[in-house]
Design a protein around this ligand. Structure first.
Ligand code: NAP
Length: 263
């Protein structure tokens, strides 16, 4: 059993893939979720599905899945620091404390270093890493005042092991791990925990080009001891546990959800 006490969470990249699974699992545990994505359409679809599931659960008295949290969609380009500042300011007027922050939004722009443009380097660093700096700086202050909070940064096995063709992405994800460990130390005295989850190859739109191609998939699976791609829900389950009351003594850690790749 895990306990969530009707907290409020903000999940970036909640429109699809891993972020959507995280938003859904938190809402099923009674957490209210602000679903951020770049397009209003995708965060809107996630929020609509969560709110529909809540309405259906509430319509059945005695349903053990109730109570559920509601969801609010919010389109924000996380590569734009000013947009994050504006969104956070508005949100904190509405919700004095956002208790849980999941920095999940991310992109890839793969290529070997000699062929990587500066734009591909900067876009990946800005979207994956600098966004965590902005969101955390703005959302964590009320959390630290409330003396309770959970921050989970969705890194990657590429940030743990490195991966040829992903200099920008590995650097951003390794940066998220360093940020996680530092903020865990900075916020520990306020009972705000900061952890990272490092997924391996998970079946989402981001990896559709690999998992959907039999030849490439077979090559990738040679490196995965469990010999399959992971599911978004498997990353979400670990992330949700780190947000629970029961995870209050865990901070500054990186949890690999990667089928054994980074043993
Ligand atoms: P995905 O299916 O491509 O979804 C990415 C989500 O991030 C989308 O909702 C997208 O918004 C949002 N996003 C991207 N750029 C954004 C921006 N500038 N502003 C706001 N939102 C933005 O990706 P995923 O596979 O679920 O990956 C989620 C996280 O896990 C990423 O950080 C990724 O690096 C990490 N990860 C994934 C894997 C994997 O195998 N899939 C492995 C390791 C780590 P829209 O819906 O509006 O486009």
């Amino acid at each position: 059993m895990t306990t969530f006490n009707h907290r409020t969470a903000l999940v970036t990249g909640a429109g699809r893939g891993i972020g959507r699974s995280i938003a859904e699992i938190l809402a099923r545990q009674g957490v209210n979720v602000i679903c951020v994505s770049k397009s209003a359409e995708s965060c809107g679809a996630t929020a609509a599905a969560i709110n529909e599931a809540k309405a259906q659960a509430e319509a059945k008295p005695g349903d053990k899945t109730w109570p559920r949290g509601w969801a609010k969609p919010l389109a924000v380009d996380v590569a734009d620091g000013a947009a994050i500042a504006k969104a956070s300011e508005e949100l904190l007027k509405e919700f004095p404390v956002i208790d849980i922050l999941i920095n999940n939004a991310g992109i890839t722009r793969d290529g070997l270093l000699f062929r990587m443009s500066e734009a591909d380097w900067t876009d990946v660093l800005t979207t994956n890493l600098t966004s965590c700096f902005h969101w955390t700086k703005l959302i964590a202050r009320p959390m630290t005042r409330a003396r309770w909070g959970r921050i989970v940064n969705i890194a990657s096995v590429s940030g743990v092991m490195g991966n040829a063709g992903q200099a920008n992405y590995s650097a951003a994800k390794a940066g998220m791990i360093g940020l996680t460990k530092t903020l865990a130390r900075e916020f520990a005295s306020r009972s705000v925990t900061v952890n990272a989850v490092a997924p391996g190859f998970i079946k989402t739109d981001m990896t559709a080009g690999f998992s959907g191609n039999a030849e490439i998939a077979a090559k990738i699976l040679e490196t995965v001891p469990l010999k399959r791609f992971g599911e978004s829900a498997e990353v979400a389950a670990m992330t949700a546990f780190l947000c629970s009351e029961e995870a209050g003594y865990i901070t500054g850690q990186v949890f690999n959800v990667d089928g054994g790749m980074a043993m």
